[in-house]
Design a protein around this ligand. Sequence first.
Ligand SMILES: CC1(C)c2ccccc2-c2ccc(C[C@@H](CC(=O)O)C(=O)C(=O)O)cc21
Ligand SMILES: [Zn+2]
Length: 324
Amino acid sequence: FDSNSINKYPFPSEQIPRLSVADPETYRLIKESKPVIITDTNLVGSAAKWDLNYLHENLGKGLFYVYTSNTNKFKYYNSNRAEQCKSFVNPTERHHVTFPQFLQMLKRCSCTDEKVYLQQILNDTVGTNIVDDFLQFNWDWVNKCKAAFGWGQLSSNLLLIGLEGNITPVHYDEQENFFAQISGYKRCILFSPDQFDCLYPHPVAHPCDRQSQVDLSNPDYKRFPKFRNVRPTEAIVGPGDVLYIPMYWWHQIESLLSRGLPPVTVSVNFWYKGSALPDKIEYPLTPQQRVSVMRNVEKMLAAALDDPDKVGGLLRSIVEGRYT
Ligand SMILES: CC1(C)c2ccccc2-c2ccc(C[C@@H](CC(=O)O)C(=O)C(=O)O)cc21
Ligand SMILES: [Zn+2]
């Protein structure tokens, strides 16, 4: 990848540890819900041949979700919530196209400023060769991890084909994630769940629930003063690397410019439901549990007031002059 194309951000960051699949320390970190890059898992080794030609030949005649953005940012939003929210401007557009149409869109990007991001759940609509490659993923290793850490079921594998320069802005997911890089390089910037106060997520009822309101490339310190205190940890993942993104950990993922061709990155993620709640809650709550409590309060108040816009006023009445 082209190292001087890496965006500069106004904060120092630590490096995410890079450990071998054979190193016991790897599993200590996963057990503690800490990010780690795991090498030599061969988790998606069978997908090493997934270049655009192979994918074109074998992904099948189905339709794929391709997002377009006229900036380089692909901020997730909940489309049915977006419909209700008049003032909301969709930051990206979703298209349902065939793979050849996606390749056409890719070509056009070089002359327009538009960016594209293919995101497709790996399911049985794909061709038989892709199914074979999928079955040859290292399920033995990943199932052992699932069992060892008491994770819930695998909820989905997303195939991601992004253009270099694409940015998925800071957000958290409520699932455990083994993020497997197949081709190209991605810079992953992570923030621990206890930095919730620095990252100012949209309200839970907002279309961009779970996404930070702060633009890393242009932070608005007036609206988000605590952003100055963020302490990111980051790493660059390349082919064969697997990044463990623990549930509730904030992450921003950037597809890096590669001198080589074609200018795309390919990744597959493995989203797992979190482990079951312990039958006995320990105190103090973990940062993840605190975020979950805040989410439940916001949801409950939005329902109780029958209007998400009234939640802030009610919370201020509760807190101001009383819980300060
Ligand atoms: C940006 C995009 C295509 C998108 C658009 C609209 C709705 C959902 C999503 C979505 C979900 C996950 C990813 C993968 C990854 C980020 C990355 O690799 O860029 C990530 O965040 C994770 O694996 O947790 C990417 C996307
Ligand atoms: Zn994510």
